[in-house]
Write a protein that binds this ligand. Structure first.
Ligand code: F2R
Ligand code: MG
Ligand code: MG
Length: 320
């Protein structure tokens, strides 16, 4: 790294870390009032956001905060620390709309079950819900230059609550999409074919590969019903991570349009909104998030502090 480039790199990096973490919160909070709806018009989301004084986030952001807190405190991934962080955060704020599985896991961890053994038994083989993908933004930005570490940390952090391989692979795919976005210059030309090809090359599980392979054709002939049928808008990781990637690719140059599109697909709106917001924010940076939304996000200053600290850690790492 040339020393004179440092301030520019530092600023851009920080903006992308902020974009990914605040983007998660905004997508989650904007989508939350519509979770479970059939598809609808983006204008309805804007109208609800305008009427609200505070944009309140749910479990998606609450768990993303836990991931960031633990990575910072432990200086990287530490399963025991992250599991305890999830448990403590949940006990403080159990009202965040958690999925059915995690609270059961947290009770078992509190009772002494090991963090890496507790989730296997859930749903007879582990959960493939989208709960470990929705919270993965801090992993995606912190390790954005190392796909092997991304995969390792995404899998291990999933293991705490989502032990099924499709849950883990969903988290890894979402983290890698955020990483690729963080690595790109938003002022340069965006090559969506290349972005998709890298994701397809990264992912190993067939269901994700098949869905990613359909995205280009759907982007060429946009049709909401087709997106929902082919890619999904559900609570399972494989029915939501590809949809968030599609939503980002449908509007790569506009955070607002990408997130509004994702939420307007209905279904698991807060989560697909959160995941789309994380990818778009990582690509376009914090400046791309409309002030009128960012200013209303609950706990914004704390989320920004976590993102800034992670960026500082990364920058020190790059300088060594
Ligand atoms: N919980 C919700 N939404 C419900 C409404 C909330 C309400 N608005 C409120 O405020 O109270 N949303 C949140 O949950 C999703 C993430 O869930 P997570 O953490 O993945 O949970 P879980 O239980 O592990 O999995 C979710 C469901 O997926 C199915 N499933 C998972 N693995 C399965 C398997 N191996 N076999 C069969 N089914 C499996 C189950 O139906 C699970 O219950 C996010 O949307 C977040 O926003
Ligand atoms: Mg939620
Ligand atoms: Mg949800």
């Amino acid at each position: 790294m040339v020393f004179s480039e440092l301030p520019v790199i530092k600023q851009a990096l920080k903006s992308k870390f902020l974009g990914a973490l605040v983007g998660t919160g905004i997508g989650d909070a904007l989508g939350a009032p519509f979770e479970g709806w059939y598809w609808f018009m983006p204008e309805e989301i804007e109208a609800v956001a305008e009427r609200r004084e505070v944009l309140i986030y749910t479990d998606d952001t609450h768990m993303m905060i836990g991931v960031a807190e633990s990575l910072i405190r432990a200086g990287g991934f530490n399963g025991e620390d992250m599991a305890q962080t999830f448990v403590e955060n949940y006990e403080l704020e159990p009202f965040r709309g958690y999925g059915p599985g995690p609270p059961r896991i947290f009770r078992l961890i509190r009772a002494g079950t090991a963090w890496d053994e507790v989730a296997q038994g859930l749903y007879g083989g582990g959960s493939y819900g989208n709960g470990s993908a929705m919270r993965i933004a801090p992993v995606g930005v912190l390790y954005h230059d190392n796909p092997a570490i991304i995969k390792e940390v995404a899998y291990k952090s999933s293991q705490i609550t989502h032990a099924h391989v499709l849950g883990k692979e969903g988290a890894a795919l979402q983290a890698f999409a955020i990483a690729l976005a963080a690595d790109l210059d938003p002022l340069g030309a965006f090559d969506r074919g290349n972005f998709l090809a890298k994701l397809i090359n990264f992912v190993q599980e067939g269901v994700y590969r098949e869905k990613l392979n359909q995205i280009e054709a759907i982007l060429n002939r946009p049709d909401k019903t087709k997106v929902i049928i082919e890619l999904g808008n559900g609570i399972e990781a494989f029915n939501s991570v590809p949809t968030a990637i599609y939503s980002f690719l449908s509007q790569p140059h506009s955070f607002a349009q990408a997130v509004l599109h994702a939420i307007s697909l209905g279904g698991d709106t807060d989560t697909i909104g959160a995941m789309t917001g994380a990818i778009s924010g990582a690509y376009l940076g914090i400046e791309s998030i409309p002030d009128s939304w960012e200013g209303k996000l609950e706990n914004r200053l704390y989320i920004e502090e976590l993102a800034s600290t992670l960026a500082e850690i990364k920058l020190k790492d790059l300088q060594n």
